[in-house]
Design a protein around this ligand. Structure first.
Ligand code: ADP
Length: 200
């Protein structure tokens, strides 16, 4: 079982990289952001609830994120592995995920962090906002999302470094190059069970 977390701030390109990883390694993609956007598009009660937070650039409460993630994950327990994208985003979520996976003896193998400068992130999301149609891609909301990321999600770096699972990838390069580095980290893990802490 290959269980990965793809980690990185909004605009780091982790969605694009996840899609490629899923295709190459045949993993089940679990993205809480995609899941919430689907619910908002369908205007379900859950969609209406999460919109209150997402449109302000805030995190959805942990209990909702956890409940929805569990429910999606449990539909795919026969999968050869998962890639968690946009989850966990808080220490509470990370601890709950570890508990769920450890109970099933399918722990996280690697946390792949796609690292991009703050300035570049801002430029990328503003650029994307012009055609993404995402209600949370306006300038002030992006600032809030980056701030929330720094305050609530960055602590996960030490959490996973302490577990020896953290891999930092330079995300400023071309998408193909970033993908090649990610594959290098995954393939090394699959062949040797060793975690490469940094791929330049
Ligand atoms: P991005 O990485 O561009 O911020 P996502 O698609 O991962 O985009 O998430 C969009 C929004 O959905 C977040 O800003 C947040 O409000 C909400 N969200 C997604 N995943 C979670 C989560 N695990 N916990 C809390 N809120 C979440």
């Amino acid at each position: 079982m290959l269980n990965l977390i793809i980690f990185g701030p909004p605009g780091s390109g982790k969605g694009t990289q996840s899609a490629r990883i899923v295709e190459k390694y045949k993993l089940t993609h679990l993205s809480t952001g995609d899941l919430f956007r689907e619910e908002m598009e369908k205007n379900t009660p859950l969609g209406q609830e999460v919109r209150k937070y997402i449109d302000q650039g805030l995190l959805v409460p942990d209990e909702i994120a956890l409940r929805e993630l569990y429910s999606r994950a449990s539909e795919h327990m026969d999968s050869p592995g998962f890639i968690f994208d946009g989850f966990p985003r808080t220490i509470v979520q990370a601890e709950a995920l570890d508990q769920m996976l450890n109970e099933r003896e399918i722990p996280i193998c690697l946390v792949i962090s796609v690292e991009v400068d703050r300035e570049e992130l801002f430029k990328r999301i503003i650029g994307r906002g012009e055609d993404s149609g995402r209600s949370d891609d306006s300038e002030d909301i992006i600032r809030r999302r980056l701030q929330v990321y720094e305050e609530q999600t960055l602590p996960l770096i030490s959490y996973y470094k302490n577990q020896g699972k953290f891999v930092a990838i330079n995300g400023m390069a071309h998408v193909d190059k970033v993908f090649a580095k990610i594959c290098h980290a995954i393939d090394t893990y699959l062949e040797t069970k060793k975690v490469v802490p940094e791929v330049e």
